[in-house]
Design a protein. Structure first.
Length: 75
């Protein structure tokens, strides 16, 4: 069960990533954020950002042009 959901559907790069960063900044360590995006760049940008951050990518999926990520907020 996620703590928050960010629906970035319809937003174009780089907005899904920027909104993801802002949302994570307002969360406590250990909380989980679900991000839903439709921009194909998100499939590359969000995992790349997570790799360079204290956050953890819990899961990712893609179906019917919709990308879903579950991210655990790091400290």
């Amino acid at each position: 069960m996620v703590d928050r959901t960010l629906d970035a559907s319809g937003l174009r790069c780089p907005m899904p990533l920027l909104k993801t960063k802002l949302e994570l900044n307002g969360m406590s360590p250990g909380q989980e954020l679900e991000v839903i995006a439709t921009d194909a760049g998100s499939a590359r940008d969000i995992p790349a950002f997570i790799e360079l951050s204290a956050h953890q990518l819990v899961s990712r999926s893609e179906a019917d042009g919709q990308y879903r990520f579950v991210i655990k907020c790091g400290g």
